[in-house]
Design a protein around this ligand. Structure first.
Ligand SMILES: Cc1ncc(COP(=O)(O)O)c(C=O)c1O
Length: 478
């Protein structure tokens, strides 16, 4: 099989500011390894031929050649007849054992709290109270009626009148985002995403062949004038926004900007996908956040909004329950499109989800308490050990965005990996090569792990730049 080849230019873009302070072949090899770990270069991809890559990077061919050799020695790549140096699948082959130390002791790659502790009780309750679940066929591309009713009732209680016919239950928010993207976007269409943003949403937009333009979001939020200007210039068919609470800054979009944005986008005939996966994770106090679609002044504006929700960050990622709120006509269109990819959401997951929603206020109160304490702890630890870093003032969600004051995010991430801390570098949250001055810091880990992680961050930040290889992991960024 001929492998898909990454061009020298593309790899150079992806590598961004890879050099840190050194120039060696080991540093190049570990930078490529980091791209593999973050999923930016996938297994089976052929690396560029040595000469064009050396030219693009301004290095000697010997350096590139030695880096490739290093990648082969460490098991990241292999030589394949006709394709050259190809990234290997991360799983060990039969009979091979994974290298020692492949697990990271600490993990700041996921902005996702631990599973809610009441799940086992809900499981028992589900089996005891809903044996009739086994009597259904189980093929369910819209969602069980009691769950759709519960989701709709929550929107109504939060200030956005919603009927069950406006809800489709999905396999988590990511499934919902890609389902919407592949239904509404075609190759060459223009789409828009905040920058930085949640990487897998960007990938979902790009996978449709759409062009992806960017709305800048800074450490202090959106620049409203620049946002409206970009919208007017781009006239996107579909925009993906995370108004509450933006991943990775944890900020909320100002309400005037919501109204303005929605007016502009709907006047252009565009759709707005609003990802509210973390809208109900608030910090400091439990408050009700008005759904974005409630900013619509007219029904035709509301009809352009497709809201995505999930229980992934509030209850449990493993539940794989999310949903879409849209007009009944749009839900019908999405249902037809969905059947190409999957035949519905698991029945038991939906039963558990409906039971969890009965206790949702209690669950959210617990999340607010614990995330507020963890956020405070992370902020204090960073202020004490890394006083030059500046953090976004998160209002909710599970992460902050840190301005490092120097273009060292990828190098920091490499050094953290060497010290046993998995950290996603800033460029993963934007287009290739940007955000080298930033890093996302989730505060969803336990308090002990947060304290230990900030110590490692400080050690990695103050360490002399060093060369070394990483272990390969094909990790998602959540
Ligand atoms: C903003 C955002 N949207 C969607 C998702 C995916 O959620 P789910 O697990 O429900 O697919 C995540 C998970 O990290 C997220 O941060």
């Amino acid at each position: 099989m001929i492998a898909h080849r990454v061009s020298a230019r593309r790899l150079t873009q992806l590598l961004g500011n890879w050099r840190g302070e050194g120039h060696g072949y080991l540093e190049l090899a570990s930078s490529i390894e980091l791209l593999v770990r973050d999923g930016a270069v996938v297994p089976g991809a052929a690396l560029p031929a040595e000469r064009p890559l050396a030219e693009e990077l301004g290095l000697s061919r010997t350096t590139v050649s030695a880096s490739y050799q290093r990648l082969r020695e460490t098991g990241v790549a292999l030589t394949r007849q006709g394709s050259g140096t190809v990234i290997r699948a991360p799983r060990p082959a039969a009979g091979e054992t994974p290298a020692a130390g492949q697990q990271f002791a600490l993990d700041l790659s996921a902005a996702c709290p631990e599973p809610w502790s009441g799940l086992q009780e809900l499981g028992a309750q589900a089996f005891a109270q809903h044996p009739d679940t086994f009597l259904t066929t189980g093929y369910d591309t819209l969602g069980r009626s009691e769950l759709r009713e519960a989701i709709a009732a929550r929107y109504t209680a939060r200030g956005l009148a919603t009927s069950p016919g406006q809800i489709m239950v999905t396999l988590g928010a990511q499934h919902a985002i890609f389902l919407i993207a592949r239904t509404l976007l075609s190759r060459g269409d223009r789409s828009l995403i905040e920058s930085p943003s949640y990487p897998h949403a960007r990938e979902a937009l790009a996978a449709t062949g759409a062009l992806v333009a960017e709305l800048p979001v800074g450490l202090h939020g959106h620049d409203a004038v620049a946002v409206i200007e970009t919208v007017r210039r781009t006239s996107p068919r579909l925009s993906y926004l995370i108004p509450d609470h933006h991943n990775p800054t944890g900020l909320s979009m100002p309400s005037e900007l919501r109204t303005q944005l929605l007016t502009e986008l709907s006047a252009q005939g565009g759709y707005v996908v609003v990802d509210e996966t973390t809208a109900e994770l608030t910090l400091s106090e439990r408050r009700s956040v008005l759904p974005f679609a409630a900013s619509a002044a007219h029904a035709h504006e509301e009809d352009r909004v497709l809201t995505v929700g999930s229980l992934g960050k509030t209850v449990w990622g493993g539940l794989r329950i999310g949903w879409i709120r849209a007009s009944p006509e749009m839900i019908a269109r999405l249902e037809v499109s969905r059947r190409i990819g999957d035949l519905g959401t698991g029945s038991w997951e939906q039963v558990l989800a409906a039971l969890a929603l009965e206790r949702y206020d209690e669950i959210l109160e617990y999340r607010t308490r614990s995330l507020t304490a963890r956020h405070r702890l992370l902020t204090e630890q960073v202020a004490a050990l890394l006083p030059d870093w500046r953090l976004s003032h998160a209002e909710g969600g599970a992460c902050v965005w840190a301005d490092l004051g120097a273009q060292r995010s990828s190098a920091l991430s490499r050094e953290c990996a060497r010290l046993g801390l998995q950290l996603t570098p800033g460029p993963r949250f934007g287009s290739p090569g940007v955000f080298e001055r930033f890093v996302r810091l989730p505060f969803s880990a336990s308090e002990d792990d947060l304290v230990a992680s900030v110590r490692v961050l400080e050690q990695a930040w103050t360490a002399e730049p060093r060369e070394g290889a990483l272990q390969v992991h094909e990790d998602a960024v959540i």
